[in-house]
Design a binder for this molecule. Sequence first.
Ligand code: KG4
Ligand code: ZN
Length: 331
Amino acid sequence: MPIIILAIESSCDDTSASVIIDGQVCSNIIASQNIHQLYGGVVPELASRDHEKNIIPVVDLALKQANIKTEQLSAIAFTAGPGLIGSLLVGVTFAKGLALSHQIPLIEVNHLDAHIMAHLIDDPKPIFPFLCLLISGGHTQIVLVKEPLVFEKLGETSDDAAGEAFDKTAKLLGLEYPGGPLIDKYAKLGEVIYKFPIPSAPGFNFSFSGFKTSVLYFLQKETRLNPSFIEHNLNNICASIQHTIIEIVFQKSIAAIKQTGVKSIAIAGGVASNSGVRHKFTEYAKESGIDVFIPQFQYCTDNAAMIAITANYLYLKESFSDHSVVPFAKG
Ligand code: KG4
Ligand code: ZN
């Protein structure tokens, strides 16, 4: 009998559903919410309401695209956390209702584990043990992945996440939310001519708040002298901001590779879509002989396929959840 899993992801502002059959992704539907652009960040209440609207059509489409009926499912998986509690509740409640009405086992999945496990979707897959640099909008961590679902966190951010550093500095430039992809777009047209400090943090931990403040002071100083400074230098400012954020995560990654002696590093999370990050690590792979793994774009940002692949491994370990399971906001 094949293992057929329906997975639901609703931890932030993307409603996603995926069907996976014996580890092969058959659908991965993602409905993004544009409403948050008006507010410069995700508004939790509006996110929950949009999940409510989107969840039935998204799940329906995921099942149809995979040509699977609910009765055929081996398990229903969902993101239990960390994330926005109202958003998570929509996915958890929907998954529980569907599982209960069809007597299908439930599997809860940790969102951060899933970003890492996204590397086990496509071939070639990293060989264990490997390091994972998880750089998303909510988290920044370096994790030693010993085997599927066995992780050791080596370091994490003490303040903002890498994605937040992109989004918050983009906001200082007057760019829409989420600013990360826009900084990426303008950085491609600019040059790294402004220098921002690389904050120090102990061990394999990260810090971005000092960097963000230095960008703020720099922009305040320059716009006092020339009110059109940002407009006239946007590409170069974006290239310089992106360069600094990449250096922060790259330098720590190299230190962790050296200390652990692993031969592979995998990059996960929304910021792994950044073209500068991809280029920097790809070049490093060529000169160092260390294997670098970066998932397809659709598996970098929030998606249900990563929840499904994680659930597939949990299913093999018979790690099921009962209906008393509740979502959690912090990991
Ligand atoms: O993993 P993700 O989709 O959601 C979380 O779990 O947080 O990551 C979203 C983050 C946002 O901060 C967004 O600005 C950033 O990923 N991001 C990017 C790019 N695409 C998404 N940052 C820089 N360059 C990109 N191309
Ligand atoms: Zn995420």
